[in-house]
Write a protein that binds this ligand. Structure first.
Ligand code: MF3
Ligand code: CO
Ligand code: CO
Length: 294
């Protein structure tokens, strides 16, 4: 536990709720069923961008701190405790905590989990891969990133999936430029991923972020043209967060998924490995400026 006889994950047990000091301001959705519609829009002033960068810097530090603790024997809940403590010690609220009922301060997505894995008593073992996704809310702004880490030594295909997914995010970032439609981002990601026969997850996307956790702006990771043709503009802030899967031989390029009964954990339908990387960025005259660097 929590693995089945074929080594696939099964839901584990959640630890008690982690508290956040009263003096740390909460996002508006805490204590509500769902967030209010975004009231800001996706364009930000330099002063606002500086605030998103500060939230992003804190979130990136938390991902680094969690990454440094990843080893065989650690539980995903222990990783969540590190993330939670790192954020609140810096005056930031863990944006995922009580977002639409989500119960933890990070997402930890192991092996076949595409995204939104809930930290629990799952023990990481040598050869696993685990994505850590952390969003920090401070001074009215969210900064959102994630990275996938190997646990001890991993297989050659698993290591390659991690590195190719990191590069797929880089390709998406490289496609960012003012005056281009946002669908060029996914085109760059998908054409890179297909070279290796990976699937690209379509139903979870990048998003506008800043004053809201998810603004409503959608950034696909596949070629969605002629849809999703909003033009990028300087000052526009959003995430890119491709999820790649080991392609199934029958249907290369597809990435079918199932949802666990917890209504959060998204797994590949064939239980094949999947990896993800994410940054928050602002569009500039010259391209993309990353806002989630440590
Ligand atoms: N951080 C995730 C994203 O990249 C969202 C997690 S929402 C949660 O958009 F509720 F699952 F935590
Ligand atoms: Co995101
Ligand atoms: Co995220």
């Amino acid at each position: 536990m929590p693995r089945d006889t074929s080594g696939h994950l099964v839901p584990g047990r959640l630890s008690a709720e982690r508290g956040v000091p009263r003096e740390i301001p909460r996002p508006e959705y805490v204590g509500r069923r769902e967030p209010r519609p975004d009231g800001h829009g996706d364009l930000y002033t330099p002063e606002e961008i500086a605030r998103i960068r500060e939230s992003g810097r804190i979130a990136a530090g938390a991902v680094q701190a969690v990454g440094a603790a990843i080893r065989p024997g650690v539980t995903t809940d222990e990783l969540d405790a590190i993330a939670h403590r790192y954020l609140i010690e810096r005056g930031a609220y863990p944006s995922t905590l009580h977002y639409r009922g989500y119960p933890k301060s990070s997402c930890t997505s192991v092996n076949e989990v595409i995204c939104h894995g809930i930290p629990d008593d799952t023990v990481l073992v040598e050869g696993d891969i685990v994505n850590v996704d952390i969003t920090a809310y401070r001074d009215g702004m969210h900064g959102d990133l994630n990275a996938t880490f190997p646990v001890g030594e991993v297989s050659e295909p698993a290591a390659a999936l991690i590195e190719h997914t990191r590069e797929a995010l880089n390709r998406g970032i490289g496609a960012v430029a003012p005056g281009r439609p946002v669908n060029v981002i996914g085109r760059a990601i998908e054409s890179y991923a297909r070279r290796f026969g990976y699937g690209v997850v379509r139903d979870y996307t990048g998003h506008g972020v800043g004053a809201s956790f998810h603004s409503g702006l959608v950034i696909p990771h596949y070629d969605a043209a002629p849809g999703h043709d909003r033009l990028m503009e300087p000052g526009m802030v959003f995430t890119i967060e491709p999820m790649l899967t080991m392609g199934t031989p029958e249907r290369p390029g597809t990435a079918e998924w199932d949802l666990w009964n917890d209504d959060w954990t998204v797994v590949t339908r064939d239980r094949s490995l999947t990896a993800q990387f994410e940054h928050t960025l602002v569009v500039t005259e010259r391209g993309a400026d990353l806002l989630t660097l440590p």
